[in-house]
Ligand binder design. Structure first.
Ligand code: TYC
Length: 100
């Protein structure tokens, strides 16, 4: 260290951390029509038809897929909106969130 320089040890910042991010996923089931899932992905996850179809097929083949990544409050709202829309249309589609 150069003469005269001092080492400054900052106190640990308590309770200050960047907000966590959450994956929002759709889960497969045997009953929800493919077309309905595509509409959900267009309406709530801003996908175009081609992107929505790709994500829907991934869920259908692999059991689940990530639809988007959001801060907690946005992810919670997506889950609520998709679940409400699905139940209104009498489909069992499940939408969940996972902390990353
Ligand atoms: N497996 C459903 C069917 O064959 C389609 C489907 C895709 C359902 C994605 C849910 O999240 C889902 N009709």
């Amino acid at each position: 260290m150069t003469a005269g320089q001092k080492t400054v040890i900052e106190p640990k910042k308590l309770g200050v951390k960047p907000p966590g991010m959450f994956k929002v996923l759709l889960l497969n089931d045997d009953f929800t029509p493919m077309e309905f899932v595509v509409v959900v992905l267009e309406r709530y996850f801003s996908k175009n038809r081609e992107q929505a179809t790709q994500v829907m097929l991934k869920v259908h083949r692999e059991g689940k897929a990530v639809c988007g990544i959001y801060p907690r409050d946005v992810a919670e709202t997506k889950v609520e909106q998709v679940t409400a829309f699905s139940r209104q249309n009498e489909h069992p589609l499940r939408c969940v969130m996972e902390e990353m």
